[in-house]
Design a binder for this molecule. Structure first.
Ligand SMILES: C[S@@+](CC[C@H](N)C(=O)[O-])C[C@H]1O[C@@H](n2cnc3c(N)ncnc32)[C@H](O)[C@@H]1O
Length: 225
């Protein structure tokens, strides 16, 4: 798919170079404790409300790295949209299917969506999922999501503000690798991927578990330019 002008691709990023070791296993082990550790999701709920209201009812929305489906897949489904959730972790997907029976869920690596297997979307929610990728991959993932959106389509993106790349952190008794940007750099990265910023929010978040450090969450409401 590279070199054909389709911005959905991972052009220049080698699939064999993707290292997902331990990421799905960690979330399989974390399971429902994820929602217990992050009980208050006002920022995410606000960003989901923007996406839900900005699109006409019945829109097709991808929940990229959907986790347990809470709150986002359920929020978007309750608003009358058709939600397609994708996650690497079978354990998270099992919870999501129970939490949001009206949504459709698939086990897949985000990188594999570049083949267009799930079709075109009016909107995408990517809450705290692209931070699970190494920094070198994130621009490719954003361009791929751009290519999955119809012209004018919307992306609700959240990341943790941090200047780190593929950095191993303890997380609810497991180890995961995360990446992040400071906010100016994040705006630049999304702009270079072809998105314009329609709104943004940041908030300090203290998880309800000492196994997860406090964090600054960044929410960007983006439009496919
Ligand atoms: C921090 S959780 C966020 C879950 C959900 N979006 C939320 O906000 O509650 C990250 C999720 O991304 C999933 N994930 C990590 N790497 C992924 C990948 N390469 N492809 C698809 N999902 C991935 C994990 O299994 C996990 O469910």
């Amino acid at each position: 798919m590279s070199g054909d002008g389709n911005r959905r691709d991972y052009d220049g990023y080698a699939r064999p170079g993707l290292d997902r070791s331990g990421q799905a296993e960690a979330f399989d082990a974390i399971g429902h404790r994820y929602d217990e550790a992050f009980p208050h999701k006002e920022g995410q709920f606000g960003a989901g409300a923007w996406l839900a209201a900005a699109l006409p009812p019945g829109s097709r929305i991808l929940d990229a790295g959907c986790g347990t489906g809470l709150p986002t897949a359920r929020q978007l489904t309750d608003a009358g949209h058709h939600v397609v959730g994708v996650d690497l972790s079978p354990g998270m997907l099992e919870l999501a299917r129970g939490n949001v029976p009206k949504a459709e869920f698939h086990q897949a690596d985000l990188a594999d969506l570049r083949d267009g297997r799930l079709g075109v979307f009016d909107g995408v929610a990517a809450f705290f999922s692209l931070l699970m990728l190494p920094r070198a991959e994130i621009p490719h993932a954003l361009r791929m999501l751009h290519g999955l959106l119809r012209p004018g389509g919307l992306l609700a993106l959240s990341m943790v503000e941090a200047d780190v790349d593929d950095y191993a952190i303890p997380f609810l008794g497991n180890t995961i690798r995360v990446s992040g940007y400071l906010r100016d750099e994040l705006r630049q990265v999304v702009g270079e991927a072809g998105f314009e910023v329609a709104g943004e929010n940041s908030l300090a978040y203290a998880p309800a578990s000492t196994d997860v450090p406090p964090e600054i969450q960044l929410f960007l409401n983006l439009r496919r330019a």
